[in-house]
Design a protein around this ligand. Sequence first.
Ligand SMILES: C[S@@+](CC[C@H](N)C(=O)[O-])C[C@H]1O[C@@H](n2cnc3c(N)ncnc32)[C@H](O)[C@@H]1O
Length: 83
Amino acid sequence: MPVRSFRGAHFAVQPVEVASRCIAAGCRPGGLVLDMFSGAGTTAVAARRLSRRFIGVDLRADYHRLALERLGLPGDRGGGVSW
Ligand SMILES: C[S@@+](CC[C@H](N)C(=O)[O-])C[C@H]1O[C@@H](n2cnc3c(N)ncnc32)[C@H](O)[C@@H]1O
């Protein structure tokens, strides 16, 4: 699996490919992915690419903003990332 960089200000971003493989293995298309430690939203990126719904939770509001920016979503979603 190739290593890729992410320019956002998060300390531990996982590769999208890791999240993609887990989602493809464990969640049907149209299903719901819950990430309780969503950080910069890598799992959200993978869920969207694979046509899954998504709920992301993170302690840090600044990481939510980073994730929303990465996803091109508005920043007024009540402190979380979801669709
Ligand atoms: C390793 S990072 C997740 C990175 C994410 N997978 C990505 O690729 O961007 C772990 C995240 O857990 C969050 N976190 C730590 N403790 C938490 C808690 N008690 N509740 C919710 N989020 C928490 C941190 O703010 C951090 O963003």
